[in-house]
Structure formats: C-alpha cells, structure tokens
Write a protein that binds this ligand. Structure first.
Ligand code: C2E
Ligand code: MG
Ligand code: MG
Ligand code: MG
Length: 279
C-alpha cells in the first residue's frame, strides 16, 4: 500500500511539472506577443510632501493591458520579461511613454513634477544604459531633472564596478537617483557614502505596522537619521492610513506614497486630480 501511494504521488508530481512547463510555455508565448503588440501602459502614483500633502513627484508603474481590457500587475510578468531578455526593451518603452506624456503635459502648460522610473537589475548591467536613457529624453526635448531613476541596493551590489560607472554617468547628465525598497537588500550602509543617491525610499515592510510596532518605528527612525547624514530625501512607501502618515511625519520623513492618497492611476486621472495649468 505504501508503494502504491508513492507511485500515485509520483505520477501526480510529474503531471504537475508537465502542466507547469506547458503553462509557462504558453505564458511566455503570450507575453512575447504582448511585447510585440505593445500591450503595455504606464500608471502613475503620486508622491506628496508629508507636511503639506502637496504633489511633489510620481512613480511610473508598468501595467499590461490585455486586449480584453484586463489590467495586469507587473509582479506577475517582470520576472518573466527578465528571463526572456525582454526587460530592456520594455524598460526603455516605459521611459519613452513617460517622456511622451511629460512632453504633452509641458506643452499644454501643466505644472509637471518629476517622474520616477524603475530600472531592472538586467538594465543595470548594460554599460550603455545612461547614454540610452539620455537619448530618449533628448528625442522628446525633456530636461533630465524631470526623470528620477529608481534602483535597488541589490542591483548596485551585484556588480559594484559597472554600477558606479552608470550612476556617475547618470548623475553627470543631471538625473536624480532614488534607492528603492531600502532596508530589504543585502547592501551595507557604507555604499550610501560611496554613491551619490538623491532619494531613499523606505520599504513598505517597515511602514505596514509602523503605528503598532515599536521596533519598526525604531528601524525607520534609524533609517531617516542615516538618510539625513547622507543628504538624502526620504520617501515612505505604502502609507495607507492617517495614523501612518502622522507617525511618519513625526519621525521626520519628508515625502510619502501610498493608497492613503491614491493607488497608481492613469495619466488622465493624474491630470484631472493633481495637475494645474501654470500661467
Ligand atoms: P516598487 O518600485 O517598490 O513600486 C511600489 C509598489 O508598491 C507598486 O506596486 C505600488 O502599487 C505599491 N504600493 C504603493 N502604495 C501602496 C500602498 O499604500 N499599499 C500597498 N500594499 N502597496 C502600495 P506595483 O505597481 O504592483 O509594482 C510592483 C513592482 O514592480 C514595483 O515595486 C517595481 O519593482 C516593479 N515595477 C513596476 N513598474 C516597473 C517598470 O517599469 N520596470 C521595472 N523594471 N520594474 C517595475
Ligand atoms: Mg519603485
Ligand atoms: Mg519600492
Ligand atoms: Mg517596495
């Protein structure tokens, strides 16, 4: 009976793998077509200054818009795009769409704020990255001060040599750099001294229980003190409640992003809700 059970489990297991291989094959095929047909759109999520709750920036967040209208979150396909070597293409496309949008807003006289664009670890391995980014902005006539590049500690640590070159080049061109999901990577604090970052985003995992958890508050307090030492602007990710907003501003965090103000929304919604024509 024992053997039989083992056998049954075994066939079940292989069936599972076959199923999985088949699924991932179709998933990748479909994703490839989505890239070919450019089924991607950019959502924007506001950053506000905690003291005034004024709009001070926004993050460009990738979405797939299926032909049936369904909107798909990036968590489900960024990894696959990386594996399929398509993330560079899609990443540059995101930047292109952001610049296109910014140009339109600027031409129509809107008071635009800088847009933060996420980079993938794979993009960060390309020594031409900074030049490629600069070229996209130039093609739209957008000054670099309108774009902030978000990278993670892990990306920097994977190949410090290349990372340093890319970061220096980006800084020379006039781009600001934000260190994303801070506190979740494996980098040492010393690298904040080595690299000239501009913004530090405190990871959502420290914010989630910030009201009730004294340890998280102590961690965030330490992160903000470190950020100040290195002249970095602080942004809290994932603020969802008034209480979290209150604690974060008491701790001296400068800016915030989160569902408390808005989820990532379309460019049109940003325009209606946040942008004003400056005369
Ligand atoms: P991220 O860069 O850390 O982006 C912030 C994520 O936190 C977004 O998820 C946003 O919707 C979510 N978020 C913001 N406020 C709140 C909140 O109050 N509560 C909660 N629970 N979540 C909040 P999203 O849009 O699903 O993006 C997930 C990740 O996908 C991003 O994390 C980023 O790593 C990646 N990603 C998104 N767009 C791009 C892109 O264009 N290129 C690359 N390489 N990665 C991207
Ligand atoms: Mg980000
Ligand atoms: Mg983040
Ligand atoms: Mg995060």
């Amino acid at each position: 009976a024992k053997k039989e059970l083992g056998y049954t489990t075994y066939t079940f297991y292989t069936k599972g793998i076959q199923e999985e291989v088949k699924n991932s094959f179709f998933f990748e095929k479909e994703l490839q077509l989505a890239v070919q047909n450019d089924e991607f759109i950019v959502y924007y999520q506001p950053f506000v200054e905690l003291a005034s709750e004024n709009l001070v920036g926004m993050e460009a967040l990738l979405r797939r818009k299926k032909r049936n209208g369904e909107i798909v979150s990036p968590a489900s396909f960024i990894g696959a795009l990386e594996k399929m070597n398509l993330i560079e293409k899609v990443g540059m496309k995101v930047l292109d769409k952001v610049c296109h949008q910014l140009k339109e807003w600027i031409e129509r006289g809107y008071n635009v704020v800088p847009v933060s664009v996420n980079l993938s670890a794979l993009q960060f391995k390309n020594p031409h990255l900074a030049k490629n980014i600069k070229k996209v902005l130039e093609s739209y006539g957008i000054p670099p001060r309108y774009i902030v590049l978000e990278i993670t500690e892990t990306m920097v640590m994977e190949d410090i040599g290349i990372a340093q070159l890319i970061i220096e080049e980006l800084k020379n061109y006039g781009f600001a750099i934000s260190i994303d999901d801070f506190g979740t990577g494996y980098a040492s604090i010393g690298y904040l001294k080595k690299f000239m970052f501009d913004h530090l985003k405190i990871d959502i995992s420290f914010i989630r229980e910030i009201v009730e958890n004294a340890e998280d508050r102590a961690i965030v307090e330490a992160i903000i003190a470190i950020a100040k030492t290195f002249n970095l602007h602080t942004i809290a990710e994932g603020i969802e409640s008034e209480e979290q907003l209150y604690v974060m501003s008491t701790l001296g965090c400068e800016m915030g992003q989160g569902f408390f103000w808005d989820r990532p929304i379309t460019a049109q919604q940003i325009e209606n809700k946040y942008l004003k024509v400056c005369l």
